[in-house]
Design a protein around this ligand. Structure first.
Ligand code: ATR
Length: 275
């Protein structure tokens, strides 16, 4: 009998997770299927326990369920620190919550040859995505600076992240020097995301050659932030890498198998190129 996996969210129609996971199952000849279900917040507990009762292989969660889910699962330590769940594992009688967003981002960087320990990383934004990325990178001994429009949010996040590593905060008005001193820039904000495509928080004149410029936004695929990175001869990484690698980590947690990441990534790029 097929093993079923799913992503829950509201809305969830845009999710590319089914495409990438089903591509991996097909490549590996696994008798599995991945679906998306619209689940409203007030039904999340029932939806998780229902999946467990029906023998689902595992779940992903997306907006706006990642924080609510903490009421229904046992978080692993990283997930607990981040305060958000994107992957649920059914192990014997327990329901374990993981967060693979930060691991996805870190693996995207290491795949490009970045060495995380002792690197200076500027994270733009202080929302949910920034939280996952900041905890993961600080835990792996990077020097993390969080820059946010609302500086209080950056300060709060940096204070929390300081429990696991080195982190400080600043407002966006202070970023010119921070950008110049960073090895890696990561945009976790929605600036530059469709339909706001002609915007970026950092321009080429602020960046430098060899710097790594990484955007978590993947709509459009080449954001203005990445275009500016290319102009500055930086090494650019688009949001599909992070999307694929966080999914790959969920896959590995559920199955113990390292999935064919290139196949997953290509499946996602094929869908986006058709849109
Ligand atoms: P997510 O969970 O996807 O990270 P979020 O929690 O809504 O989303 O966070 C969005 C981030 O983008 C925030 O850091 C937000 O800054 P504020 O905390 O000041 O709201 C940032 N952001 C959104 N629009 C922005 C803009 N026009 N300029 C600068 N930052 C922006």
């Amino acid at each position: 009998m097929k093993t079923i996996y799913a992503v829950y969210g509201d809305p969830v129609g845009h999710s590319l997770s089914p495409v990438m996971h089903n591509a991996a199952y097909a490549k590996l000849g696994m008798d599995c299927e991945y679906h998306k279900f619209r689940v409203i917040q007030s039904n999340l507990g029932d939806a998780i326990m229902g999946a467990k009762a029906m023998g689902f292989g595992g779940l992903n969660l997306t907006i706006p369920l990642k924080e609510t889910a903490l009421d229904f699962i046992d978080p692993d330590p990283l997930c607990e620190a981040i305060g958000a769940v994107n992957t649920i594992e059914f192990r014997h009688d327990t329901v374990i919550g993981h967060n693979t967003d930060g691991i996805g981002a870190m693996n995207a960087l290491t795949l490009e040859g970045c060495v995380i320990p002792n690197s200076h990383i500027l994270i733009l934004g202080a929302g949910g995505a920034a939280r996952a990325v900041a905890f993961q990178l600080a835990k792996h001994k990077a020097y993390v600076t969080i820059a946010n429009r609302t500086v209080e949010r950056a300060i709060t996040l940096a204070r929390n992240v300081s429990r696991v590593g080195k982190a400080c905060a600043c407002g966006l008005e202070d970023i010119t020097r921070q950008v110049a001193e960073s090895d890696i820039l990561i945009n976790t904000t929605s600036v530059g995301m469709y339909p706001d495509i002609n915007n970026t928080l950092v321009t080429a004149d602020m960046m430098h050659k060899g710097q790594v410029v990484f955007d978590l936004v993947y709509s459009p695929l080449e954001t203005m932030f990445l275009q500016e990175g290319n102009k500055a001869n930086a090494i650019t990484i688009d949001g599909i890498r992070m999307l694929t690698l966080q999914g790959a980590e969920s896959f590995r947690i559920w199955t113990g198998i390292t999935p064919p990441v290139d196949v997953m990534e290509q499946a996602v790029r094929d869908v986006l190129n058709k849109q």
